[in-house]
Design a protein around this ligand. Structure first.
Ligand code: NAP
Length: 486
C-alpha cells in the first residue's frame, strides 16, 4: 500500500466520553492528511438497548470484514441488559490475539517518575487465560473458572512481542508469569517464551515472576522495554503502567490479529465526564497514531505524534486530568484538539522521537494441533465430587468403591491440598473434593471402560461434578500434584 492511498477504517464512536475523544482524534488525523475513509458504525449501549445482546450489530461486523481495521471509542457494559461486554466480543470475534499497550513519559505531564524516561510496552495475550470466561458452579457454594493457555496462543503473542521489539528498535523483552505456582498453564507460556527467544538473539530475553514485575515497575520502571505476559497479568500490569506516566488519559492500545486490528484507548467511558468537553483525548489520539503506523502511514503518524508532543511541551493547553479540573487552567477537549492541529508540521524540542519500522505480525499454521507427542497414555483420573462428608469419612468410602476395578485411590484434596490420607494439615474443608485415582498397574494405559466402571461405582454413593483424565505425554505427567501429595 502506497503511503498516499486512501484506506477505509471502521469508526465506532462508542459510549460516554467516547464520541468526544473519537471526534478529537478524527479531526487531527484528517487535518494531517492521513487519507483515511471512515465508515461510521454503532456498537455498545445504543445497540444493547435495541435488544441485540452482543452489543455489536451485523452492519458493524460486515464493515469490519470489509475494512479489517477498527478505530473505536470505549463501550459501556450496561448492567441489566446484554450479557457480555461488546469490547470483549469484538476482540474475540476477530481473534485479535495480542493487546499492545505502550506508555512513555509525556512532556508537561508531571508524575513522581518525571525525568526517568519511562518508555515501555506491555504486550498482553488477548484471547485465552481466565478471560476465556469458562466458568461453572461446581457445587452451590464453589465456583470454578478454567484457565486455558495454549502453546499456539502463547507462541503467537510472544513472537509478536519480539517482532515489536525489533520494529521499534527496543533492546529487551521480559516475560512476566506466575509459572512458579501454575507450572502447566503459566509454565507453558514461560517455556514457549524461552524457546522462541532463541530465534531473536539480538534481543535480550528475561523472565520475571509477575508479582515481582509489579514491584519492579513501581520501583524502577525504566529497566523495562517490552513486557510480554498472559491475559490477566497483562490486564493488571498495563493499568499500573498507565498510572506511571500520568493516568488513563495517556494510555493507548492496539488489539492485533492476523486478519483484523482494533485501536482504542485503555480507558473506559468515564460517564461522569460525558458531554462536558473536558476529558483528555490523548489516549485515543495515540491509539490513532498506532493505527496509522499499522496501516503503513508512517509520515502521517509522525506528523500527528510530533504535533501532540509539541502541544504538551508548550504546556499552554492541557486538560483537567493534568492541571486540575477546577484550577482555571484546564483547556477544553476542543481547545486542546485545536492546539494540536495548529502544531501539525512542528517538531518537538525536548522529547526523544523513536524510529519505527513496519511490524511483522506472526502467522502460525492454522492446524489446531500444535503439539504431537510420540507417546501418550492414561494413567488415572481425577473425579471431583460434591460431598458434605469429612475427609476421614470420604476416603475409606472411596477406597471401598474401587475394589475390583483397575484403579485405586491415591489421595483426596480440598482446594488443592491433600486431606486424605491425613497428613496432619489444618484445612477448613468445603463441599468440593478432588479424588485422585491411579492405575493399579503402574505401566497400564487405562481404557475409557476402566474409567466408566469406576465412575459408575463412585456415583452409587457420591455426587460427581467433574471428571479429568490424568494423562502422560512423552513420559511426562500432564497434571500437577496436590499440595502435600507424594
Ligand atoms: P474509566 O471509564 O476508564 O474511568 C475511570 C477514571 O479514569 C475516570 O473517572 C477518570 O478519573 C479517569 N479517566 C478515564 N479516561 C479519562 C480521560 N480520557 N481523560 C481523563 N480522565 C480519564 O473506568 P470505569 O469508570 O471503571 O468504567 C466505565 C465504563 O467503561 C464501564 O462500563 C466499563 O465496562 C467501560 N470500559 C470500557 C472499556 C473499553 O471500551 N475498552 C475499557 C474499560 C472500561 P477521575 O475520576 O480520577 O477523574
Amino acid at each position: 500500500m502506497a503511503p498516499n492511498d486512501k484506506i477505509a477504517v471502521t469508526l465506532i464512536p462508542g459510549d460516554g466520553i467516547g464520541p468526544e475523544c473519537i471526534e478529537s482524534a478524527r479531526r487531527i488525523i484528517d487535518a494531517a492528511g492521513a487519507g483515511i475513509e471512515w465508515e461510521v458504525c454503532e456498537a455498545g449501549e445504543s445497540v444493547f438497548k435495541k435488544g441485540i445482546p452482543s452489543g455489536v450489530p451485523k452492519e458493524t461486523i460486515d464493515s469490519i470484514h470489509r475494512t479489517r481495521c477498527v478505530f473505536k471509542g470505549p463501550l459501556g457494559t450496561p448492567v441489566g441488559y446484554g450479557e457480555k461486554s461488546a469490547n470483549v466480543t469484538l476482540r474475540k470475534l476477530f481473534e485479535t490475539f495480542a493487546n499492545v499497550r505502550p506508555v512513555r513519559e509525556m512532556p508537561g505531564v508531571p508524575t513522581p517518575y518525571s525525568g526517568r524516561g519511562i518508555d515501555l510496552v506491555v504486550v498482553r495475550e488477548n484471547v485465552e487465560d481466565l478471560y476465556a470466561g469458562i466458568e461453572h458452579m461446581q457445587t452451590p457454594g464453589v465456583a470454578q473458572c478454567l484457565k486455558l493457555i495454549s502453546r499456539k496462543g502463547s507462541e503467537k503473542v510472544i513472537r509478536l512481542a519480539f517482532e515489536l521489539a525489533r520494529a521499534e528498535g527496543r533492546r529487551s523483552v521480559a516475560c512476566a508469569t506466575k509459572s512458579n505456582i501454575m507450572k502447566l498453564t503459566e509454565g507453558t507460556f514461560k517455556r514457549t517464551f524461552e524457546r522462541v527467544a532463541q530465534e531473536y538473539p539480538d534481543i535480550q530475553a528475561w523472565h520475571v515472576i509477575v508479582d515481582n514485575c509489579a514491584h519492579q515497575l513501581v520501583k524502577k520502571p525504566e529497566q523495562f522495554d517490552v513486557i510480554v505476559t498472559t491475559n490477566m497479568n497483562g490486564d493488571i500490569l498495563s493499568d499500573l503502567t498507565s498510572a506511571l506516566i500520568g493516568g488513563l488519559g495517556f494510555a493507548p492500545s492496539a488489539n492485533l490479529g492476523n486478519e483484523v486490528a482494533i485501536f482504542e484507548a485503555v480507558h473506559g467511558t468515564a460517564p461522569k465526564y460525558a458531554g462536558k468537553n473536558v476529558i483528555n483525548p490523548t489516549a485515543v489520539i495515540m491509539s490513532g497514531i498506532l493505527m496509522l503506523r499499522y496501516l503503513g502511514k508512517f509520515e502521517a503518524a509522525t506528523l500527528v505524534e510530533n504535533a501532540l508532543l509539541v502541544t504538551l511541551e508548550e504546556g499552554k493547553y492541557r486538560t483537567g486530568d493534568v492541571v486540575g479540573y477546577d484550577s482555571g487552567l484546564a483547556a477544553t477537549t476542543t481547545q486542546y484538539t485545536d492546539a494540536i492541529i495548529a502544531n501539525l508540521g512542528k517538531v518537538p524540542q525536548r522529547t526523544p522521537v523513536r524510529q519505527y519500522k513496519p511490524l511483522s505480525i506472526p502467522r502460525l499454521p492454522s492446524d489446531p494441533v500444535m503439539v504431537r507427542p510420540s507417546s501418550r497414555r492414561v494413567v488415572g483420573v481425577d473425579i471431583f465430587i460434591e460431598s458434605p462428608l469429612l475427609p476421614a469419612e470420604l476416603g475409606p468410602s472411596l477406597e471401598q468403591l474401587t475394589e475390583g476395578t483397575a484403579l485405586k485411590l491415591k489421595m483426596v484434596s480440598n482446594r488443592g491440598t491433600q486431606v486424605y490420607p491425613d497428613k496432619g494439615t489444618i484445612i477448613d474443608c468445603v463441599d468440593h473434593y478432588r479424588c485422585r485415582f491411579i492405575a493399579r498397574d503402574p505401566a497400564a494405559d487405562l481404557r475409557d471402560e476402566d474409567l466408566y466402571q469406576l465412575i459408575e461405582r463412585v456415583a452409587t454413593a457420591h455426587r460427581w461434578v467433574h471428571i479429568e483424565k490424568l494423562q502422560e505425554f512423552d513420559g511426562e505427567p500432564g497434571f500437577t500434584k496436590a499440595q502435600g501429595e507424594d
